[in-house]
Design a protein around this ligand. Structure first.
Ligand SMILES: Nc1ncnc2c1ncn2[C@@H]1O[C@H](COP(=O)(O)OP(=O)(O)OP(=O)(O)O)[C@@H](O)[C@H]1O
Length: 338
């Protein structure tokens, strides 16, 4: 069960004049995972509230499965809302209800009888790895377990779309990884379309197919995740990407590296499909140049390598120059050898 989400020229202006979302158009393909990143105040939460029908656009339209939400009216919107599940940064569980009580709640609202709701809730808790935890209360659970309950509650009614509002921002890195792995299963095994908002590029790197970067209510850049990571066009995107890759040394770090390492420093990008690293070792050998690896990191983005390594080259001036020239040959210049 899956559905596409489409925003066409969406604007949201609040009474008083604040424009939270400004002419945003984007398409979340059915069965895909789409991330929206941006700093606080960029308009991400408002965008999500427009998609789940809690806010109405001032202009433009939001379509779920091709249906314009604003054109539906409250009565016809209700069943469509059931196709949308949502999870939150602070989990938003009922503290006075057990885990099972939290997960059966939306099912009872949807009209399932007690036995059917219980059976469905247990099946869903099993899917999120919480079989046997039904009788516990939220405060007896870890943050990661609470978010699993949140995910189970959101999935219990078998929605086509899952909206995630900073779903891992309150969790430590390991728990974040576990929750992201669960969300990937939700997408792959259940086919649920996922739209998430986050300020963590790490979440985008590991989970999303496509990403849009928001600033001041507008989308400043969007695209397939690897492409955006490898070639960010907007400065805000570039800063977000740097926060997730830690690859290229910035100015001050470069100065410290220079002070510590004699020789010429070169930073070699590692981009899937660009053969720069493959060229490096024969170039060094041919010219009799030695090297020390002084900085760098290669991460996996959507299953493909991306990052950079910085080397201090040691050898005669002419030999080092030949290596640098070889690396910066026209075919590689595009990849940005420096
Ligand atoms: N109900 C509202 N009334 C007036 N202004 C609002 C309202 N909701 C949001 N805004 C304004 O719209 C802008 C975008 O807010 P929004 O919460 O969507 O951003 P955000 O990217 O989700 O930030 P955060 O991560 O801090 O929630 C902000 O300037 C905010 O003050």
């Amino acid at each position: 069960m899956t559905a596409a989400i489409e925003l066409r020229g969406v604007r949201k202006e609040f009474p008083g004049g604040a424009v939270a979302v400004d002419d945003v158009s984007l398409t979340v393909g059915a069965g895909s995972v789409f991330g929206v990143v941006g700093h606080s105040g960029a308009g991400k939460s408002t965008l999500l509230r427009l998609v789940n029908g809690l806010e109405e656009p001032t202009a433009g339209s939001v379509l779920l499965d091709g249906q314009d939400l604003a054109a539906l009216g409250e009565r016809r919107l209700r069943p469509v809302r059931r196709d949308i599940g949502m999870i939150f940064q602070q989990f938003n569980l009922f503290r006075s209800r057990t885990v099972l009580g939290n997960v059966t709640y939306p099912l009872r609202l949807a009209g399932l009888d007690r036995a059917a709701a219980r059976a469905r809730a247990e099946e869903t808790l099993d899917f999120v790895g919480l079989a046997g935890h039904g009788k516990r209360y939220p405060e007896q659970l870890s943050g990661g377990q609470r978010q699993r309950v949140g995910i189970a509650r959101a999935l219990a009614t078998r929605p086509k779309v899952l909206l995630c509002d900073e779903a891992t921002s309150a969790l430590d890195p390991q728990t974040t990884g576990e929750v992201l792995a669960l969300l990937r299963r939700v997408n792959r095994e259940l086919g649920v379309t996922i739209l998430l908002i986050t300020h963590e590029m790490e979440v985008v790197r590991t989970l999303c197919d496509r990403v849009a970067v928001m600033e001041d209510g507008r989308v400043v850049e969007s695209g397939e995740v690897y492409e955006v990571f490898a070639r960010p066009a907007h400065p805000t995107t570039a800063a977000f990407v740097r926060s997730a890759l830690h690859g290229e040394p910035d100015g001050p770090l470069l100065e410290r590296l220079r002070a510590r390492h004699p020789g010429r420093l070169v930073t070699v990008p590692v981009v899937d499909g660009a053969a720069v690293l493959d060229d490096l070792s024969p170039l060094l050998r041919e010219n009799g140049v030695d090297f020390t690896l002084v900085h760098g990191g290669v991460a996996e983005v959507r299953g493909r390598p991306l990052g950079s390594v910085t080397l201090a080259l040691r050898g005669g001036d002419a030999a080092v120059e030949a290596v640098v020239r070889g690396l910066a040959a026209p075919a590689q210049r595009e990849a940005g050898v420096r």
